[in-house]
Design a protein. Structure first.
Length: 94
């Protein structure tokens, strides 16, 4: 298992309860093939450039351990979730 860090940016128009549901969904997905170490809600922040006509977004940071094969499935789910406007997953040096 490798250590990963994943940041998602959620559309700022999404309600707070829906954000909690998104975080819970992805925490469960990661825990199927790995282990979530921490989830940090960074709140709404201004974006460096406009993304899908949004000037700000709600940032969430996941730190987790997972098998490399499960990252493709995680990112596939990020892509098909309409509320997520941007994401990145990075392998951390152990």
């Amino acid at each position: 298992m490798n250590k990963y860090e994943s940041i998602i940016i959620i559309n700022p128009a999404v309600e707070e309860q829906a954000i909690k549901n998104i975080i819970a969904t992805f925490t469960d997905l990661i825990n199927k093939n790995g282990k979530v170490e921490s989830v940090e809600e960074m709140g709404k922040r201004k974006l460096a450039y406009e993304v899908k006509k949004n000037k700000e977004g709600y940032y969430v940071l996941f730190n987790f351990d997972a098998e490399p094969a499960s990252i493709a499935e995680l990112e596939r789910n990020y892509r098909i979730t309409d509320e997520i406007i941007k994401f990145i997953t990075v392998k951390k040096d152990a």
